[in-house]
Ligand binder design. Structure first.
Ligand code: KG4
Ligand code: ZN
Length: 352
């Protein structure tokens, strides 16, 4: 069975995105309208503003995506949670009306399920790759940091963060230096010119579950160092050597921490593939270190193209196709958005 051409819609946070994939998961169109500029004056995402921006951008992007697609869609996939409730509702209502109006099947997608599907997509015009189970999959974004075991079309969470997400730590450290939001890409760029051994930062370890993550102590230690050393990242010229060194040391500590559970998880689950997704999976050092870990463990590594690491509708469309092939359908007259992580639609992420 094939899923058919799929329209994907993502509005869970501050990016409006619409994509069309053909029945084999080829990305025909993946459009994105970022709200970064709208939220920048407030120093973070303003939920009400996000909903309004989605309302404005979504119909325009959808019309454009449908015009550029290889043909009419046969399936609609939409993010229904977790995320900002007002923002999610814009996408869910639009997708439901579209599916109902055209008598198309509708599938609700969990945002994390979308991230988990992203490494299997490419932007060179090829079909989506098959998933050789079992897979060990890292999701590291502004809201999540977890390793999952993908097996029997299900995602079982192996470990998680107890406090901040990895992306959040990047954002807060960048913010305390006066660098723009989101901090991850800026830190990535500046860390390339720094010495990662220059500043000794803590490597957290939780006594009750050594596989779990904790980023808040590392974040606070880094911010303390910034304050005591009087570091600034937003001067007229390039930041100082000390800023580059601190950011390289911080980035190394985050990456070490994210990869620390891998040896144990690989021994336990004998994966055939390692993947990473979410905004932090764009990080240069994380990508390099994952490739190295894969070759040391003798396991293949599959990383999404950088453009598909942050929120996008192509990954939602792909996760929707996989859910459709598992038999999932949702009633467009009843589908609701859910803000919470506790609720999961039936599907891969049931265990979270
Ligand atoms: O997946 P995403 O777009 O949104 C969430 O679902 O949270 O991830 C955004 C996060 C931000 O915290 C951003 O700073 C981080 O991903 N990020 C990065 C990089 N690019 C984006 N972190 C580290 N290195 C990067 N190159
Ligand atoms: Zn995300």
């Amino acid at each position: 069975m094939r899923a058919g051409r799929t329209l994907g819609i993502e509005t869970s946070c501050d990016e409006t995105s619409v994509a069309v994939l053909d029945g084999d998961g080829r990305v025909e169109v993946n459009l994105l309208s970022s709200q970064v500029a709208a939220h920048a004056p407030f120093g973070g995402v303003v939920p009400e503003l996000a909903s309004r921006e989605h309302l404005r951008a979504l119909p325009v992007l959808a019309a454009d995506a449908l015009r550029r697609a290889g043909g009419p869609p046969e399936l609609v996939a939409v993010t229904c949670g977790p995320g900002l409730i007002g923002a999610l509702l814009v996408g869910v209502r639009f997708a439901s009306a579209f599916a109902w109006g055209r008598r198309l099947p509708l599938v609700a997608v969990d945002h994390l399920e979308g991230h988990l599907a992203s490494p299997f997509l490419n932007l060179e015009g090829g079909p989506a790759s098959e998933m050789p189970e079992p897979v060990l999959a890292l999701v590291a974004s502004g809201g999540h940091s977890s390793w999952y075991l993908l097996q029997d079309s299900r995602a079982e969470r192996c470990c998680r963060t107890r406090d901040d997400a990895a992306g959040e730590a990047f954002d807060k450290v960048a913010q305390s230096l006066g660098l723009p939001y989101p901090g991850g890409p800026v830190v990535d760029r500046l860390a390339r010119h720094g010495d990662p051994e220059a500043v000794k930062l803590p490597r957290p370890r939780l006594k009750d579950n050594p596989l779990d993550f904790s980023f808040s102590g590392l974040k606070s230690a880094t911010i303390r160092h910034i304050r005591t050393a009087g570091l600034k990242g937003n001067g007229e010229s390039e930041p100082s050597r000390e800023v580059h060194d601190l950011l390289a040391s911080f980035e190394l500590a985050v990456v070490d921490h994210l990869l620390q559970p891998l040896e144990e998880l690989a021994a336990r689950h004998r994966p055939r593939l390692l993947t990473a997704s979410g905004g932090v999976a764009a990080n240069t050092l994380l990508r390099r270190r994952l490739e190295r870990a894969g070759s040391e463990l003798g396991v293949e590594v599959l990383l999404p193209p950088r453009a598909l690491t942050t929120d996008n509708a192509a990954m939602i469309a792909r996760a929707g196709q996989l859910a459709f092939l598992r038999g999932e359908r949702h009633d467009p007259r009843r589908l609701d958005a859910r803000a919470s992580r506790k609720w999961q639609p039936p599907g891969m992420c049931r265990a979270s």
